[in-house]
Ligand binder design. Structure first.
Ligand code: C2O
Ligand code: CU
Length: 556
């Protein structure tokens, strides 16, 4: 690009900033790195944590050298000691165990060699403590978060949210799990303590020196990173020794772009007791459960009828339709779905599924999106005499309907589009300064929002247009308060493929991330209460997010 163009671009950027100054003075400060982020005197925390992001060396693979990662290290300065649950020898940050109503202050130190910031994915917190990328701090600086835990009992997620570096920083390890408990949950007889376990699922690719390999080039970013090694709670080939009892496994898909179809190898159905926003009104049992990046599901896994010595393998079962048709045709030609199991190295659960590296750059690591592979093994090692029974009702649930919203006939749009190399929302890329008219939402309002594929509109009668060819599944995440899904319509032409995933969506709970399949139109209801400011919405395929598939609501 010529200097002249450069100047012009800079000029445009500056004038955009200039405009924004009037409306959003806070942003300008943020852009200049002049955030004053100090503890406030009026805030009286129950919990204080010092959290540092820095480079670490962790033994991830069983043999050979340790792996260089980026990791959250944490120290509890104040509060109940269960608040921090360290995972030894793990790249994942500690599990943060909160109770509803607690006031939390976190000192975040950036000891990386690049900017960073943490987002508490799922928690309903003020803008300033939400980890908006405008608050990214340079190396050596500190950011102070202060918030009250307002969420219902459930499972959330924290991770880096540094603009254009989110995908790589999360990939390098900057992520962890959050649990929240409350009075309502404590009254239930749910599995606790050793029977309440994390199931963080991620995929990675390692080189022959055990170092993490991330993707290069645009093609890989358009489909998203797909690794060839499945890690559970930061380790490959995971086998859980379980007792003959019911367990609560808090599953989180912490992968950059891989979508899992969780199911038992022997066809036993799966039961969920919670989704992103916490416990469900009542358990839901499905043949399999879809889990897209950013989504959580609390699983009720009952081993009480299983004899000691028995083994169960949880799989990601095969499915189609999440990727553009061209990608899937290439996969079929390679006979990939059959080979993913056969090609594994290192025994039954051999983490690495060797072999089928892609001819198309889009295939990333080589284990296709939608391939079948094992996730973890559960081995019953001890008989115990009692076990909690699955409650038929869990918690009280306030169901939102169109009567609660002020825009039933004029839903706010979230239009997904996929121009070559430019995945977008509402036709625009991310911009710190500019907010569209309909992205301004008065605080306290409850809105209906319609998420859809833009090219689905004019293309219905006309066959596969260019947009349709690029069509793929996108997990759409909204910051701030949790929402409810009120309808899901499939308007596209890929019905057979849709049939391989459609029974796995749990739409009855509170959500913050929803998987939108090609051809799908999903309506949600979202409250914008309590806090003013900028709240992001974006694709949680982290490569898409970094490509600019992110916008924000301005709550005023
Ligand atoms: Cu989990 Cu805006 O992110
Ligand atoms: Cu996307």
């Amino acid at each position: 690009m010529s200097t002249k163009n450069n100047n012009r671009r800079q000029f445009l950027q500056h004038s955009a900033l200039g405009l924004a100054t009037a409306a959003f003075p806070g942003l300008l400060l943020a852009n200049k790195g002049q955030i004053r982020s100090n503890p406030t005197r009026e805030f009286n925390p129950d919990i204080e944590i010092e959290m540092t992001a820095r480079k670490g060396y962790i033994p991830i693979l069983k043999k050979g050298p340790t792996t260089q990662v980026q990791k959250y290290y944490a120290k509890l300065l104040k509060g109940p000691k269960e608040t921090l649950q360290h995972l030894k020898g793990n790249y994942l940050g500690p599990i943060l165990n909160y109770e509803k109503g607690q006031k939390v202050r976190i000192y975040f130190n950036n000891s990386l060699s690049e900017p960073s910031i943490i987002h508490w994915h799922g928690l309903h917190v003020p803008q300033k403590s939400d980890g908006h990328p405008m608050y990214s701090i340079p190396p050596g600086e500190r950011f102070v978060y202060e918030f009250e835990v307002m969420n219902r009992a459930g499972t959330s997620f924290y991770h880096s949210h540094t603009h254009e570096l989110t995908a790589e920083q999360v990939y390098q390890g900057l992520a962890g799990l959050i649990t929240v408990t409350d009075e309502e949950e404590k009254k239930l007889d749910l599995p606790r303590g050793e029977y309440d376990l994390p199931l963080v699922i991620q995929d990675r690719t390692f080189n022959d020196r055990n170092q993490l390999r991330y993707l290069h080039g645009m093609h890989g970013r358009m489909s998203g990173f797909l690794g060839d090694t499945i890690l559970v709670n930061g380790k490959p080939d995971v086998e859980f020794s379980v007792k003959s009892s019911a367990y609560r496994f808090r599953a989180l898909n912490g992968s950059n772009s891989r979508i899992y179809k969780l199911g038992w190898e022997d066809g036993t159905p799966l039961t969920a007791i919670g989704t992103d926003g916490g416990l469900l009104e009542k358990p839901e049992t499905r043949p399999y459960i879809m889990l897209a990046p950013g989504e959580r599901v609390d699983l009720w896994l009952d081993f009480s009828d299983r004899p000691v010595g028995s083994k169960l393998v949880m799989y990601s079962l095969p499915y189609t339709g999440a990727m553009p048709p061209m990608y899937e045709r290439m996969q079929n030609r390679k006979g990939n779905s059959g080979r993913s199991e056969g090609g594994m190295r290192g025994g039954m659960m051999g983490g690495r599924m060797g072999g089928m590296g892609g001819g198309m750059g889009m295939m990333g690591g080589g284990l296709a999106q939608g391939a079948k592979f094992p996730i973890a093994t559960f081995k019953v090692t001890e008989k115990v005499s009692d076990s909690p029974k699955l409650p038929s009702r869990l918690v009280k649930f306030d169901r939102l309907t169109e009567r609660d919203v002020d825009n039933a006939n004029k839903p706010l749009p979230i239009a997904i589009s996929m121009k070559p190399m430019a995945p977008r929302l509402n036709g625009k890329s991310f911009s710190l300064e500019k907010v569209l008219d309909f992205e301004r939402v008065p605080v306290g309002s409850i809105k209906k929002i319609k998420i859809f594929h833009e090219h689905g509109m004019g293309m219905m009668g006309g066959g596969m247009g260019g947009g349709m060819m690029m069509s793929m599944a996108h997990p759409i995440h909204l910051h701030g308060q949790q929402y409810q899904i009120i309808s899901r319509k499939m308007e596209g032409m890929r019905k057979d493929e849709y049939a391989t995933v459609k029974d796995g969506f749990i739409d009855s709970g509170w959500k913050d991330t929803v998987l939108v399949m090609p051809g799908e139109e999903i309506e949600i209801i979202k409250p914008f209460q309590d806090f003013k400011g900028f709240f992001l919405y974006h694709c949680h395929n982290l490569e898409h997010e970094d490509l600019g598939m992110m916008r924000q609501f301005y709550v005023y």
